[in-house]
Design a protein around this ligand. Structure first.
Ligand code: GLU
Length: 476
């Protein structure tokens, strides 16, 4: 039987957007203005490699400039096309609005399989792509600030930052032209883990609300919950690692390109990650059963399913077989609009992408602010904070001495309390706060409006109202 016809990724995002705006009272025309992508630039450039010229196709799409700069990653994958970058840049607009990162939405991509090129070749290609975007202000600290996405990371961001600096030698804010840079090239502590960390904070916040847990038909805390993660790249790896090491979750399934691992008793995420780095996939991993038909493992019974790789992996072809009562979209667009309908009817609770994976852009925001302020977070206040804490510890020590064995300080209190927060602690605290506040704003709509029965629609309502308010303030 042929699978039912799915809309494209961009159509799918539009359908979800339309479902939400139907419940709003926007002024005529504003709805369309917010939905459409403002511009998409396509560039085809040639790079001389291996004795011949190769032509590459790249994109940068700006969905909404209601706030500037616009923000969003650059993806390197063979799936990259105009439809995909436009869908992703729309999601960036709503994501930034939801977590109050002061940016419009953008996304870029290069149609390339990065595994087919040597590092020095990738550098040449990246610099050339960056050159094309920089000369049109499509990479610029105050106009358009890219970041990593699938297939790119710190290394590519460092090349882009350097390319921008070479072309703008007197720009004192040059480093703020891109985020996700390595620490020694103007990056920020905690950016690499940020999206996965955000997924963890999102789940912790969800599990703080018994009513919400009950909606998913679950009970208790994160401790002992069975989790299946699809994609052990940067996002899936960090989410699975933190949830298993810090919250007591059991990772029972890991799905990768070359099949899936499954073990009811839990899989060691760190070991699998090291195996993948060494062997290029999960095949042959000795401590869990290997299933060649990876996608089928998404359909196994579990408490939480984390799609953390590509768009469209949960679609009209498999949605009715997905057993997880709670799905958290660590990837962008992993559930198609058609699948979303099926799952909603089944009562599956979906924590939507624009919220669930917003940790990355949130910490990118902190990095951008750090670059513009030219100072590391915590540099001014850390020692002063420690000195003030020391005053209290001294007083407690006096009390400790005075009370003899009636009372004494908890053994590690002094050490923990004395330590002032460094950049990493501050970044995590800012991220945690952001994820909690954004969840509560969605939750209020989810529980507060009779016509809203899912978190995705609630998330769209919150973010579209913010974008609309910002357009209205501009007199549109
Ligand atoms: N590519 C990431 C995303 O989809 C991060 C974007 C950013 O940090 O600007 O959210």
């Amino acid at each position: 039987m042929r699978p039912p016809k799915e809309p494209t990724f961009r159509e799918s995002v539009d359908m979800m957007f339309n479902r939400a705006v139907a419940l709003m009272d926007l002024s005529p025309g504003l709805e369309e203005k917010i939905r459409v992508c403002n511009s998409t630039y396509t560039v085809r450039f040639g790079v001389r490699l291996r004795g011949q010229i190769f032509t590459f196709t790249g994109y940068r799409s700006n969905h909404s400039e209601h706030m500037e700069p616009v923000k969003g990653g650059i993806r390197y994958a063979l799936s990259v096309d105009q439809d995909e970058v436009e869908a992703l840049s729309a999601l960036m607009t709503f994501k930034c609005a939801l977590v109050e990162a002061p940016f419009g939405g953008s996304k870029g991509g290069l149609c390339i399989d990065p595994t087919q090129w040597e590092v020095h070749e990738l550098e040449q290609i990246t610099r050339r792509f960056a050159f094309e975007l920089i000369k049109r202000d499509l990479i610029h600290p105050s106009q358009n600030v890219p970041a990593p996405d699938m297939g790119t990371g710190e290394r590519e961001m460092a090349w882009i930052a350097d390319q921008y600096a070479r072309m703008n030698t007197t720009d004192i804010n040059a480093k703020a032209c891109v985020t996700g840079k390595p620490l020694n090239a103007g990056g920020i502590a905690g950016r690499v883990e940020a999206t996965g960390r955000g997924v963890q904070y999102a789940l912790r916040e969800f599990f703080r609300h018994p009513e919400d847990i009950a909606k998913a038909g679950l009970k208790g805390t994160l401790d002992g919950k069975k989790v299946i993660v699809q994609g052990l790249g940067n996002v899936g790896y960090h989410a699975a690692k933190f949830l298993s090491e810090e919250d007591g979750c059991k990772i029972i399934g890991i799905i990768e390109r070359d099949g899936a691992l499954f073990d009811e008793n839990g899989i060691d995420v760190e070991n699998v990650r090291q195996w993948i780095i060494k062997h290029g996939g999960v095949s042959g991993y000795p401590d869990a059963a290997h299933h060649a038909e990876g996608a089928a493992v998404m359909e196994e019974a579990c408490d939480i399913l984390i799609p953390a790789a590509m768009e469209g992996v949960i679609n009209m072809g498999n949605a009715d077989r997905i057993k997880a009562p709670l799905i958290i979209e660590a990837a962008n667009g992993p559930v198609t609009a058609g699948a979303d309908d099926i799952l909603r009817k089944k009562g599956t609770v979906i924590i939507p992408d624009m919220y669930a994976n917003a940790g990355g852009v949130t910490v990118s925001y902190f990095e951008w602010v750090k670059n513009l302020s030219h100072i590391r977070f915590g540099r001014m206040q850390r020692r002063q904070e420690e000195a003030r804490h020391e005053l209290i510890v001294k007083e407690l020590e006096r009390l400790d001495h005075y009370l003899g064995d009636k009372w004494s300080m908890t053994p590690d209190f002094k050490e923990k309390y004395l330590r002032g927060a460094g950049e990493l602690e501050l970044v995590r605290s800012g991220l945690d706060d952001t994820m909690r506040i954004a969840y509560q704003s969605m939750r209020e709509v989810w529980h507060g409006r009779e016509d809203v029965d899912d978190l995705r629609t609630a998330a769209y309502l919150v973010s579209i109202s913010k974008v609309a308010a910002s357009y209205q303030a501009k007199g549109l």
